[in-house]
Design a protein around this ligand. Structure first.
Ligand code: SF4
Length: 440
């Protein structure tokens, strides 16, 4: 399939929309939506343990642990770290008896620590058994992720229905999460055979994408026929290539009104994973598609799992969809900044803001929208600093060793000499207190 325009995609997709889905697309218009919700593809709202997913709510950041879920303390600590970093939902794998048995205690430990983040269970192959055999685990999870490609071959529908019935009993929503790497093979084979017999066979990539969409949407229909509410279903259809991701979700978004979980699966490590995820998510979020996101980064050995949360937050903040922490504008530096002082200062300010945010988020509401500038020389320094809420323009090489500080667009003071960073942080603290503190 060539990359289709959004209109073309929607026209094609509309023909595949089921009666149930077409009926449910007729949703009342919500008056007075905040600006950051404008332009979203309209969806039902799904409540996941108190966190609302859907077009009437901000795009939710979620993440997944990589601990052995049977390790209660290790998993609880990582869930806590992810929640502390800003993950609003955290998924854990529930892959065997030991993991299933550990989940209730793990969730209890979190609650004892005062961490209320909803925990989602990820099931493959044996979810229908585990959810039935471990009712305490089923009750303690806020959502079940079901992969329709991994619920069994011959007993596919029975196993799927078993999971859905447990979800209904516990009043828990499900995510029907299709993945390119574990596609329902029976469905794919059927569509490939039909395509081969067609007068004008389609590209095999088109058939693969169609199989993903049908797997997700047929499963959603089966869940609804089993009795699960329309507003208890979230859908994802993940692939590992950016263009495929965009095409799959454009089609999916046109065929249903379920909230969509976006993410590039197996995004990879480091810069590659961050850039590829950002590219795919940005295109779709920019079109109003996507209600919750996960950035699936492969951490370096011993690396910090919370990086995926920070990247997801930064994607949303860069797109102007949500604010999580003050943004630091820093110039890239050039031949006018031959010392590393400017880079070190930008890094220290960024780190300082990140360290303060957990406390400031409670005590200084609105501070997450503050803009700070740390600039390297007189060329763009004063101008960029004036545009920020608070900014400092450092002296470039051969410039007079003074650093003007601007607050709300006006020159506040000029710093010089040793202790410049500490002085700037002091001015920053005063500004935060004055503008966002309890006496503001
Ligand atoms: S602001 Fe100055 S130091 Fe920074 S990139 Fe521009 S010219 Fe170079």
């Amino acid at each position: 399939m060539t990359t289709a325009s959004r209109r073309e995609v929607q026209a094609v997709a509309a023909t595949g929309q089921s009666e149930i889905q077409r009926e449910r697309r007729e949703l009342p218009v919500v008056e007075g939506d905040p600006a950051h919700l404008a332009g979203r593809r309209e969806t039902a709202t799904v409540d996941v343990g108190g966190v609302k997913l859907g077009s009437r709510h901000p795009v939710v950041v979620q993440s997944m642990t990589n601990t052995d879920t049977a390790d209660v303390d290790g998993t609880a600590l990582q869930v806590a770290a992810l929640a502390h970093a800003g993950s609003e939902l955290v998924r854990v794998t529930v892959n065997n008896d030991a993991a299933a048995a550990a989940v209730p205690e793990m969730v209890r430990k979190l609650r004892d620590l005062g961490i209320g983040v909803p925990v989602v269970g990820d099931f493959h192959y044996n979810g229908h058994q585990l959810l039935v055999e471990y009712p305490g685990m089923a009750r303690s999870l806020a959502k079940y992720r079901i992969n329709p490609g991994n619920v069994g071959g011959k007993r596919h529908d029975q196993n799927f229905v078993t999971i859905v019935r447990v979800a209904i009993e516990n009043d828990v929503p499900v995510r029907i999460g299709v993945n390119w790497g574990s596609l329902d093979q029976a469905l794919l084979t059927q569509l490939m055979d039909e395509n081969a017999a067609a007068t004008l066979p389609r590209d095999s990539r088109d058939v693969m994408i169609e199989a993903m969409l049908q797997s997700a949407l047929r499963s959603a229909e089966l869940a609804e026929r089993t009795g699960l509410g329309h507003d208890r279903i979230v859908i994802s259809a993940k692939v590992s290539n950016v263009r495929d991701l965009v095409d799959v979700y454009r089609l999916l978004s046109a065929r249903c009104d379920y909230p969509l979980h976006l993410g590039l699966t197996e995004a990879g490590m480091g810069m590659k994973g961050i850039v590829a995820s950002t590219a795919g998510l940005s295109i779709l979020l920019g079109e109003g598609v996507g209600d919750t996101i996960r950035v699936s980064l492969t951490p370096a050995p011993g690396g910090d799992r919370t990086e995926e949360v920070l990247v997801a937050q930064q994607v949303l903040q860069s797109l102007g969809l949500r604010s999580f922490m003050p943004q630091v504008s820093a110039c890239p530096g050039c031949g006018r900044t031959t010392s590393t002082f400017f880079q070190e200062m930008a890094q220290r300010i960024q780190g300082y803001l990140r360290d303060q945010m957990p406390a400031w988020a409670e005590s200084h509401p609105g501070v997450e929208e503050m803009r700070v500038a740390v600039m390297g020389c007189v060329v763009n320094g004063p101008g960029e600093s004036k545009h920020a809420d608070i900014g400092i323009s450092l002296p470039g090489t051969f410039e007079e060793p003074v650093a003007p500080v601007f607050v709300d667009g006006a020159l506040r003071t000029t710093l010089r000499g040793e202790g410049l960073v500490e002085e700037f942080i002091g001015i920053l603290d005063d500004y935060v207190e004055r503008r966002y503190g309890s006496t503001a």
